[in-house]
Design a protein around this ligand. Structure first.
Ligand code: ADP
Length: 454
């Protein structure tokens, strides 16, 4: 409203780039399914479909206290989880921000120090006479799992880049760091965060079929029938099922294929630490959406269609637009768009924004966020329709991550989009539930199941 014809035209260009029709989504879902099948058939495919060695479901009746270490892209948490036997879990945890030094060099020693701090602060450090504490380890990076508590790192994602880790067993790396501090802690289970999210959802609701993260990155895990996993050479599980970590963030990576890449996505990709990797993740998750928005803002400013062509040192710096600003902008319904004004003028340090500048900033936030929510339905539909028999009764999907939790209407847009691709009588059987902090709780549950299996 009130913008010039040139501004209107530029916004129309953006809308064309970012709005996805159902036809386009159907095409993407088809390719997504093909990539899933390829990953089930053999290793080394675009979507890795990694067997997690978790083959059981909790009943929700288990009780007791269990421990976990949860390494996300932004934070590390150490937790003590108590299961109440009625599907409820409470956790006591300590949160540590990952310093840059840990992200680039000292990661495993840093984790061990955090575990030590947690045990000491809670007075639960085992002495020489006590048995070691079993801990589940949530590790949200692609790992080729080799047993319930071992796995080699395939590659770093989400901004971590610690040399000397790719190709090595991350449990060994952590266990060695714990030993260096003399801690009696055994890493009993290695759990992808999506697997953890699924297992924590399954403790609350045993008909949970999928766990999803929309946080710093995005990924999902689901229960697959063992007979569908042609590449699986391990023993046939009693349950007939294995939890697979899809590693869906990698979808459409190696060739610029079916995803709707705009120049703003390509600019981000080129400057990222992992060009041509994690293409799906880069359109959906918290680490990237703010940067896509920043690219758009500068594209408009450079044509003098926004902020009168001005920028700032902050706005010029990569990653300076946090995705949380998009969430705040998308819900700013004040007449003067004061929240957005605050972001532009105070946070990004570009003074004197006009109301039209703010309106355009809001449109950018909505376009980038809605595309993310629409695209996230692709993985949900492709996965849930893989085992259509399951959709004839209640199926729960556990979801966690800041993007899901905070971006306004993310769940509504995603689930509405899913409903366009699944017949109504099946769609009504699906529930989406927030599995807040599920990855850590789930890792403790996997550590519990692993101890029972021994
Ligand atoms: P992780 O995935 O590391 O476990 P989170 O789920 O908290 O952690 O995700 C953190 C990511 O979410 C960051 O990239 C951050 O920019 C983004 N983020 C934080 N707050 C919000 C918000 N209110 N809306 C959208 N994204 C957010």
């Amino acid at each position: 409203k009130g913008g010039t014809a040139e501004q209107q035209q530029a916004v129309n260009v953006l809308a064309r780039q970012f709005l996805l029709t159902d036809e386009r989504l159907a095409e993407i879902i088809k390719v997504f399914r093909r990539r899933m099948e390829e990953g089930l058939a053999s290793d080394g495919k675009m979507m890795k479909m990694i067997p997690s060695f978790v083959t059981r479901r909790p009943t929700g009746k288990e009780t007791g206290s269990y421990y976990a270490i949860d390494l996300g892209g932004t934070n590390l948490r150490v937790l003590k989880v108590t299961l109440d036997g009625k599907g409820g879990a409470t956790s006591m945890h300590q949160k540590f921000a990952l310093p840059d030094e840990a992200k680039s060099r000292t990661l495993f020693d840093f984790i061990a120090q955090c575990v030590e701090t947690f045990l000491d602060d809670h007075n639960i450090r085992p002495t020489g006479h006590q048995p070691p504490i079993n801990m589940g380890f949530t590790f949200s990076y692609p790992v080729q799992q080799t047993s319930i508590n071992s796995g080699t790192l395939v590659q770093w994602t989400k901004g971590l880049n610690v040399p000397g880790c790719v190709g090595r067993d991350v449990v060994r790396l952590l266990q060695d760091a714990l030993l260096r501090l003399g801690l009696r802690v055994k890493v009993a289970a290695l759990v992808n965060d999506t697997v953890g999210t699924l297992l924590s959802a399954a403790y609350a609701d045993p008909s949970s079929q999928m766990g999803i993260i929309f946080g710093t990155g995005t990924n999902s895990a689901y229960y697959e029938s063992a007979t569908n996993i042609a590449k699986w050479k391990g023993p046939n599980p009693k349950s007939g099922e294995i939890v697979l970590n899809i590693e869906w963030g990698a979808f459409d990576s190696d060739e610029f294929g079916v995803l709707p890449f705009t120049p703003h996505d390509i600019k981000l990709d080129r400057k990222s630490i992992n060009p041509r990797k994690q293409a799906y993740e880069k359109m959906i998750s918290g680490m990237y959406l703010g940067e896509i928005a920043r690219n758009i803002v500068l594209w408009l400013a450079d044509q003098r269609l926004l902020l009168d062509g001005r920028s700032s040192e902050i706005l010029n710096a990569m990653w300076s637009v946090d995705t949380s600003y998009l969430s705040s902008a998308a819900v700013d319904n004040s007449p003067d768009l004061t929240e957005i004004q605050q972001i532009i003028e105070k946070t990004l340090n570009v003074p004197n924004s006009t109301i039209v500048d703010r309106q355009i900033f809001k449109v950018i936030s909505l376009l980038v966020g809605e595309r993310a929510a629409r695209l996230s339905s692709v993985g949900v539909v492709a996965t849930l329709t893989k085992r259509p028999d399951l959709l004839n009764k209640h199926v729960n999907v556990g979801i966690d991550g800041s993007m899901y939790e905070h971006y306004p209407d993310f769940e509504r847009i995603m689930s509405e989009t899913v409903s366009h691709f699944i017949p109504e009588e099946q769609f009504k059987n699906i529930t989406f539930n927030c599995a807040k902090d599920g990855s850590g709780v789930g890792a403790a549950i996997v550590a519990m199941l692993a101890a029972e299996q021994e």
